[in-house]
Unconditional design. Structure first.
Length: 301
């Protein structure tokens, strides 16, 4: 199958390589010449513009978007959609908000262009391990695109599925990422407690390796944690600043809207915000209040 890949960052380029390994023809576009050269060096074709990309494709066209969520996705679709025709299909593999996905699908449906959302997990390891794909869209369209998903997934019958109507793929991935926040926070807190028990001088990498086999907390995240602790046991050079992609925020907002208690996910999101407070007004005010009601000493900067 011929597939266009728009967005040739590390993940997009890796996905293109996996598709080619599965026997698909890939034509890539990225505004950065270096990214286009990278994909050409891997054996794929590259186009220097969206117009040139579409001109290389046979109808009905299949285009996979792997660009940042929000304005960049909207801008890409605004430029791309006039170049397409009825029967063409766009797959959004980024981390778009599912409400944006529903809006975009409705606009494209008016021109009979199919819009499929693929919640995509696997990160930089997807090239070798395969990607977990949560697909939303019309069943007939998803069925037609099945060879693409089978090539990208860990196996043709594992790690991917059509989960529902348009938007459901990104919705499922949003909740997936919310769960990921909570899991990461739990691992980080547990290992921090171990690290603070100075009298035992615990080897955190050793413990992570023990837990990887037979333990009820074993997981791929634990495997990656073990790798990190092996290469840098004291985490030297890593700033205590944790970014968020936005999906944790969307998950918490959805939980509030549905009236679902999501205590661990919400707490983990707030901890990420807290990690960015290099000069915490909150903690200063807490110290000031303790001084006011109890005369407790305030440490000076």
């Amino acid at each position: 199958m011929q597939i266009a890949m728009i967005g040739l960052g590390r993940m997009g380029a890796n996905m293109a390589q996996r598709l080619m390994r599965g026997g698909h023809e890939v034509i890539g576009f990225d505004p950065a010449p270096a990214a286009r050269k990278l994909i050409e060096d891997k054996g794929a074709q590259a186009a220097s513009s969206l117009e040139a990309l579409v001109a290389k494709l046979k109808a009905p066209r299949v285009i996979w978007l792997m660009v940042p969520a929000g304005a960049i996705t909207d801008g890409t679709l605004t430029a791309l959609s006039p170049l397409l025709a009825a029967g063409d299909s766009i797959i959004d593999g980024g981390n778009s908000n599912y409400r944006d996905t529903q809006r975009r699908a409705a606009a494209l449906a008016a021109r009979q262009i199919n819009y499929v959302d693929s919640g995509t997990s696997g990160g930089v390891w997807g090239l070798t391990e395969g990607y977990s794909l949560m697909i939303g869209g019309e069943k007939a369209v998803v069925d037609r695109l099945r060879p693409i998903f089978e090539a990208l997934a860990p196996a043709a019958d594992k790690g991917w599925g059509h989960v529902g109507a348009v938007g459901s793929g990104h919705y499922t991935k949003m909740i997936h990422n919310g769960i990921e926040y909570g899991l990461m926070q739990a691992y980080a807190e547990g290992f921090s407690i171990l690290q603070h028990k100075i009298e035992y001088k615990l080897d955190l990498h050793q413990i992570a390796e023990i837990w990887r086999y037979g333990s009820v907390v074993r997981s791929w995240l634990l495997d990656l944690t073990a790798d990190a602790l092996e290469s840098n046991p004291t985490l030297d050079g890593i700033a205590p600043y944790v970014a968020d992609s936005g999906e944790g925020r969307w998950t918490v907002a959805e939980a509030i809207e549905l009236g679902v208690p999501a205590v661990a996910i919400t707490a983990s999101l707030l901890e990420r915000f807290r990690s960015r407070e290099s000069d915490s007004f909150i903690d200063k005010l807490l110290a000031a209040m303790r001084n006011q009601f109890g005369g407790h000493e305030i440490k000076k900067e």
